[in-house]
Write a protein that binds this ligand. Structure first.
Ligand code: FCB
Length: 449
């Protein structure tokens, strides 16, 4: 197979702090909302917590070596805000030192770091003051970003302000599946707004600081298709698209929330009185790239018995992953085209793509043929977009390691590398070997300039 990406194309793997680091009480780290949430009963499968996770905090040098071993030229990770500001007004130098060490190790091995500021681990002390429901959290975020930019900014070429604001807002505050586990849709829309505003202000701050890198945001975009061509289903697919995708894309690239969704949210959840006059202009501060996380597509229909605007998701058709997510590589291609055609000609990075399967470790090997197929299909789709002239500059597999999969705990494995949580021994899965072989055969990143 011949994928066509340029020499500069970033081919990497991604993780996030709470999902891999462990060491939650070490070197002055404070608690995050995920520490509290996972320790409360009933939120996470099997009562798993991130207390130890992959122990990446202590094993990061080995993990960086694994990245090299896999032949990857980039690594996306996130900074744990509660390591940097464990308490109000307290800057923790040891937290910064950890990320300095990690950045140095990556540099030594010529691995490009892509760093996310917020991958869901809000310091609990900020949650206690109202979390993302409060506008004050925007100021806390900008202060945190300023510190991190000042201390680490010279070593990071690509910054991502937020990972998947939709999840922060709706899983965290409407369905309650994620920390902080609230169930209030009006709050959730306010949270989405505050997260976006904190993004825009951070972009403006980054420009003012005159650093040399680039900055963007990562959205989880989910193509939505109507279950049938009936007019009602088509309308409801537009609503689902409005909630999952347009709400964020419109704000970032058009400086306005979509009118249909604004009206709908106000009708169902009450006045959107948290939006102030200049906010949208700030949210739309010009960025350098868009990060896209893609896993699956959804099909929806109108169902008058559903309490979510009358919207119901259909069971997936065809092949699904262990998450129950449909394998739909063609939808990735269509999604990339849509973003380019309707929203932006800026460079795009696929900052997450991957699949969970029920991997078994047997005699030192993990035969994850289904993951290989999944990755092959999606990398092909990405490559086709590039061949069509699309400006895709990177692709990151979720994930480097099996890790703490939020509400699914350690029950879902997404890694290129298997982790035995009893011993912390890492084993490269067949998918990792497949990727490495393809890269070393130069059929991937270096195919065509
Ligand atoms: C994304 C998250 C990531 C991981 C994958 C499976 O929504 O950004 O942390 O959990 O899903």
């Amino acid at each position: 197979m011949d994928f066509r990406f340029s020499r500069e194309f970033l081919l990497g793997a991604a993780t996030s702090a709470y999902q891999v680091e462990g060491a939650v009480r070490e070197d002055g780290r404070g608690a995050s909302i995920w520490d509290v949430f996972s320790h409360e009963q009933g939120h996470v499968w099997n009562e798993c917590t991130g207390d130890e996770a992959c122990d990446h905090y202590h094993r990061y040098l080995d993990d960086v070596q694994l990245i090299t071993h896999l032949g990857l030229n980039a690594y996306r990770f996130s900074i744990a805000w509660p390591r940097i500001f464990p308490e109000k007004g307290v800057l923790n130098q040891k937290g910064l030192a950890f990320y300095r060490g990690l950045l140095d190790a990556l540099k030594e091995r010529n691995i490009t770091p892509v760093v996310t500021l917020y991958h869901w681990d809000l310091p609990q002390w900020i949650e206690d003051e109202g979390g993302w429901r409060s506008r004050d959290t925007i100021d806390y975020f900008v202060d945190y970003a300023e510190t991190v930019f000042r201390e680490l900014g010279d070593s990071v070429p690509l910054w991502i302000t937020h990972n998947e604001p939709w999840c922060v807002a709706f899983l965290g505050h409407a369905t309650g599946e994620h920390a902080p586990g609230r169930k209030n849709w009006h709050e959730a829309v306010a949270v989405a707004h505050h997260v976006l505003l904190s993004h825009g202000r951070t972009v403006n701050l980054y420009r003012r600081m005159g650093l040399k890198g680039q900055i963007g945001i990562t959205l989880n975009l989910t193509p939505i298709e109507p279950g049938t061509q009936e007019a009602q289903d088509v309308t409801f697919a537009q609503i689902a698209d409005g909630n999952s995708n347009r709400w964020f894309l419109d704000a970032l690239f058009r400086g306005a929330y979509s009118e249909d969704m604004t009206a709908l949210y106000a009708q169902f959840f009450g006045a959107l009185d948290f939006i102030q006059k200049e906010d949208l202009q700030e949210i739309a501060a010009p960025i350098d790239f868009l990060g896209v996380n893609y896993y699956t597509r959804n099909r929806v229909v109108f169902d008058p018995t559903s309490d979510l605007f009358g919207l119901r998701a259909l069971e997936p058709v065809g092949e699904v992953t262990a998450m129950g997510w449909e394998v739909a590589p063609e939808s990735l291609y269509q999604l990339l085209c849509r973003v380019r055609d309707e929203y932006t000609r800026l460079p795009i990075y696929i900052t997450e793509n991957g699949a969970a399967y029920d991997d078994q470790l047997n005699a030192g090997e993990v035969h994850d043929e289904l993951r290989i197929q999944y990755l092959r299909g999606h990398i092909e789709a990405a490559s086709r977009f590039v061949q069509d002239g699309g400006l895709l500059k990177g692709y990151f597999v979720w994930s480097l390691l099996d890790n703490f999969e939020w509400a699914f705990g350690y029950g879902k494995r997404f890694g290129l590398v298997y982790v035995d949580y009893n011993t912390q021994v890492r084993t490269v899965k067949d998918s990792g070997k497949w990727l490495r072989d393809m890269i070393s055969a130069e059929s991937i990143t270096k195919a065509a300039d």
